[in-house]
Design a protein around this ligand. Structure first.
Ligand code: KG4
Ligand code: ZN
Length: 339
């Protein structure tokens, strides 16, 4: 019998519900983005996010079931993002998932949002272990070593800002709307790395990152130029910033992959949509790690979505990692310690 998981994601600014078959096939993946409501504030307003989730969640559940042509009686389990994320936003998805699971007598599977981002790669290829995941999103920048399904070891992470956060802050200085990662990526392709911003900790032996120095150096540079009445070239600023981020990400990731005995490299999270990063990593892997298979999820699965939660939930269900009706949101949920 096929396993059908109804998955719910509401950790930030997308309400998403999916139906996933056997952890590997998307039958539906409804995503209601609220980004337009947050743009005028230049970032996510948690209270606004929660209110939107309340309005959208039941509509998304109905749509996801209808699009998948699945009846409630056919479902195997309900999965939901437990954290990390905004507490109020997470709670809406969790309340909906608990009610649905209770009403229909289905098992409830709690899922780590970051594990979800990694498992988005499962829709491209079966995962082969051990693997390395480079997780780059608005809130996280981590190198995660996975010895097997459902096992996560963070071997390096940002000591300050996440890569996506740096993109969004720099974007604000460039007068771009939130979130600005995609637009900076597009501008970068029209410019050159002429300003040469710092590449923090690039040659240090550990696998940690730091992006706040780059962000400050960028902002100071732009403000100083403004004060002197100098005109800077926006495309070159974007290209220089992006070159610095990509250099550090690629350098550290390749070194991590040379240090651990991995078979695959998965790149995940919103910043994995970056075209410059995709090109640079593809080149670096083919020349430095010819035996490693590089997997990028398709663009629509890089950002937040519930299908990735369904893929990660499949593994949790096999391990019988289930939740009871007292499941609570955990805004700072971390990967579990290794058994
Ligand atoms: O994973 P995600 O959708 O949400 C979080 O869980 O954080 O990531 C959102 C982040 C934002 O910071 C956004 O600016 C960034 O991903 N992003 C990009 C690109 N597309 C989205 N950053 C760089 N290049 C892109 N093409
Ligand atoms: Zn995310």
């Amino acid at each position: 019998m096929r396993e059908l998981i109804l998955a719910i994601e509401s950790s930030c600014d997308e309400t998403s519900v999916a139906v996933v078959e056997d952890g590997a096939k998307i039958l539906s993946n409804v995503i209601a983005s609220q980004i337009k409501s947050h743009q005028r504030f230049g970032g996510i307003v948690p209270e606004v996010a929660s209110r939107h989730h309340v309005e959208e969640i039941t509509i998304c559940i109905e749509e996801a079931l209808e699009e998948a042509q699945v009846k409630v009686a056919d479902l195997t389990a309900v999965a939901v993002t437990q954290g990390p994320g905004l507490v109020g936003a997470l709670l809406i998805g969790i309340a909906a998932a608990k009610s649905f699971a209770w009403a229909h007598d289905l098992p409830l599977i709690p899922v780590n949002h970051m594990a979800g981002h990694i498992y988005a790669a499962r829709f491209v290829e079966p995962l082969v272990f051990p693997l390395m995941a480079l997780l780059v999103s608005g809130g996280h920048t981590e190198l995660v070593y996975m010895a097997e399904d459902g096992s996560f070891e963070i071997i390096g992470e940002t000591r300050d800002d996440a890569a996506g956060e740096a993109y969004d802050k720099v974007g604000r200085v460039l007068g771009l709307s939130y979130p600005s990662g995609k637009e900076i990526d597009e501008l970068a392709h029209l410019g050159q790395d002429t300003y040469n911003f710092p590449r923090a900790m690039i040659h240090e032996p550990h696998f940690d990152f730091s992006f706040s120095g780059l962000k400050s150096s960028f902002i100071n540079f732009v403000h100083n130029a403004e004060q002197r009445g100098e005109t800077l070239i926006k495309e070159d600023l974007a290209a220089s910033f992006q070159a610095s981020v990509i250099d550090v990400l690629v350098n550290k990731t390749i070194r991590a992959c040379q240090t651990y005995p991995i078979k695959q490299l998965v790149v995940a999270g919103g910043v994995a949509a970056n075209k410059g990063l995709r090109t640079a990593l593809t080149q670096a892997v083919s020349s430095e790690l010819p035996d490693v298979q590089l997997i990028f999820p398709p663009l629509k699965l890089c950002g937040d979505n519930a299908a990735m939660i369904g893929a990660a939930a499949h593994v949790e269900l096999q391990k019988q990692h289930l939740a009871q009706m007292d499941l609570n949101a955990n805004p700072s949920l971390v990967f579990p310690n290794k058994d």
